[in-house]
Design a protein around this ligand. Sequence first.
Ligand code: PLP
Length: 470
Amino acid sequence: MKYISTRGQTAHKPFSEVLLMGLAPDGGLMLPESYPQISPETLQQWRGLSYPELAFEIMSLFVTDIPSEDLRDILNRTYTEAAFGTAEITPVRTLSDGIKIQALSNGPTLAFKDMAMQFLGNAFEYVLAKEGKQLNILGATSGDTGSAAEYALRGKKGVHVFMLSPEGKMSAFQRAQMYSLQDENIHNIAVHGMFDDCQDIVKAVQNDAAFKEKYHIGTVNSINWGRIVAQVVYYFAGYFNTTQSNEQKVSFCVPSGNFGNVCAGHIARQMGLPIHRLIVATNENDVLDEFFKTGEYRPRTAEHTHVTSSPSMDISKASNFERFIFDLTDRDASQIQALWAEVGTGKGFDLNWLLSKVRNQYGFVSGKSLHQDRLRVIAEVYQTDGQLVDPHTADGIKVAREVREAGELIVCLETALAAKFEDTVYEAVGKVDIPRPAGLEGLESLPQRVQVVPNNAEVVKEIIRETLEK
Ligand SMILES: *Cc1c(COP(=O)(O)O)cnc(C)c1O
């Protein structure tokens, strides 16, 4: 299996190389040359496999340049009961209205990004050791991505993580989660400024080609193909968990921001998994809902992005969206170049004549959920089912209820635990006890390790230099 770029100007590459890449050199995103097709017989054989076994069967179709036994070992070490709380890894439960909830949020940082990032940590370590390489991750986070990356890469050989966060802007829980890590290869840097300032520093360092090369600077952002492929697995797991036979179809409802999660669902569907519809749920930042309703894609600037109570979806330029549009245009790289040239000038594009294909051939629908909607859903689910769901999952449930057809089996992906977003949960249901996974009880009182710096890329470069030259 080789990988190609959505912009068509990059040589075909094997998985191990794509794993360590961010954007392709031509500015595009990497995708497999074609999607492996799963026959009904194979699907039947996969029913009943354990999560790591299923992950091996699916991922070995995409990862053909790592020996099978090594890939199996990486996956067995990744998807463990110790890391994800249950041997099932992504257990499914049913609400009293029949909607299913698939828990993707039982990993170390209580958000679905662990599902892929834990794999990425082990895969990076394996590939770097094999090739005798080093990688220094420089990232910016407003919460979930940074902590998921740090917990995935802590203590890994050949890797350092330099993670920028806006000083004082994350929740106490999120700060404690990241800053309490004492591993020597994890470096928390709090910047006097906003998340966008952190991101600008990352860009400034990336743009210094000499520095980037000398210090082997890389990223783990959500366009990384290794993350998408790991996410394909739980769509299969969720399907097997909620059906008895392959005659049945399931729809997935996905709280979305960068389109990474639902992009994996799209790929599972293209492989032949019997998915009826892919339901994209957004919050107040509704660029994706607008596209799936009208065919117009109009990314907003940072000033026009709302700060909401489901903050991990506060995204107005969905970085993985290009992967879907590539498939939608029958993989026409020159059309992608033209469309993203429009995005680059801030205009966006209109594909309204393809809307029926988006719905009928690709199964996409969408909806959006606002602050009052998510508060109401959190309160309703608490009353009817005695469970607390987090604000992002609540957005998904709201939209699933709204678009559900008679008899449709909908699995809502649970993308975080309520414990991570206490303030909004309290606002919805009052000051109740929010369950926390074992081991996280006294998190906020642990000693923290973080350097506070001015909003200045040179200062960050100096920290990287000093650390790596020690
Ligand atoms: C990242 C994240 C999302 C959005 O996922 P995308 O892959 O960016 O669409 C939704 N919910 C939570 C809790 C997240 O951390």
